[in-house]
Design a protein around this ligand. Sequence first.
Ligand code: LLP
Length: 404
Amino acid sequence: MRYLKNKLIIENIPISNIAKKFGTPSYCYSFNKLKQNINFFKKSFKSFSPLICFAIKSNTNINIIKEIKKFGFGADVVSMGELMMALKAGIIPRKIVFSGVGKTTSEISYAIDKKILLINAESLSEIKEINRIAKSKNKRIKIGVRLNPNTDAKTLSQISTGKKENKFGVNKNTLYEIINYCKNSKNIDLKCLSVHIGSQILDHKPYEKMLKAVSQILNKTNHKFEFIDLGGGMGITYTDKNKKLNYKKYNTAILKFLRKHKVKIIFEPGRSIIGDTGTLVSKIIYIKDSGSKKFIILDAAMNDLMRPALYGAFHKTLPVTKSNKISKKPYEFVGPICESTDKFVTLKKFQALKEKDLIAICDVGAYGMSLSSNYNLRPKPVEILINGSKIKVIRKRQKHEDII
Ligand code: LLP
């Protein structure tokens, strides 16, 4: 996305054209940015050819998943719905891993029937349930177990998952208990040790610590794991202040790990693949002067993009048509929903805006549309994929008839 003669464009398409043709709010994705991210990810770790499973939760659009699949990616799913979507997008079962702390009996049964690569279990109770179902089907099932390495990912507390106070994974002692349990089971084949310490990680050091914790465990057990699933979590630069994650250092740490442990690595990236490919385009409905600041009331709201309301997350916000006029008061960009947290960002300095102007909210490809809802009975936005000069609607705008 860039400005061409003061007009914001995605690839070769002016955003104003999209708004005119498809209305607002609308999610627009850049195909070439997606391709670039995928190639960068693959290249960063090419020396050990990992299995890369796209975290479907970050973006559940079937057309996006189909594109990602073409690059050889598998899928990381966390519900039966996501598993069904990954399969429908054509991802082969032996490239699918199933994570999550609360898989139900029917979800486990479905995953077994679909012959996916791994069910990554997160408790001894879950493993017993998988064992019971596998036994009833007279099958031997490949599973993983998720370790909680008690590592601080140095990210937002709400999206941190690898500390002992988080609900995810099992601690060291339970892990050893699970290894013993699996040894005695005919129906369970413990193939994988998985970890995922959090999301939006920009510092490579937590990853190094995580690898150290896994390495120590592997040294202490004589169980042979075929796979180590390192999860996802690689962060993106939402603001210019964010330092980029050093993939080289992460890769070096993994190579060091692999010299000691002969295993195949699995990754589950979401945000780093799709996050910065997406833009939410919105139109200003009204501008309200409240004295000390002006409310810029957009037609996009927290139901369309939940991250600012849920985590206080920052998304760069840009005018679709650039001008040199600067506003005299701070702007607070809000949506029309009846909640005070329905607010995107407050900016002290911004170009002067007027009603009906278009705004672009950046880097919303991950956990944007996938976290959207119909709150206030608002229909969900259209999703559009842009490739050069080509525009494709990849999900139609919901109509009121669809939800009423
Ligand atoms: N694997 C597991 C087991 C996960 O729980 C997650 C994300 C991922 C992979 C993918 O992580 P990524 O590469 O996208 O960081 N809604 C929040 C993020 C929640 C992440 C949950 N788990 C947000 O909008 O920031």
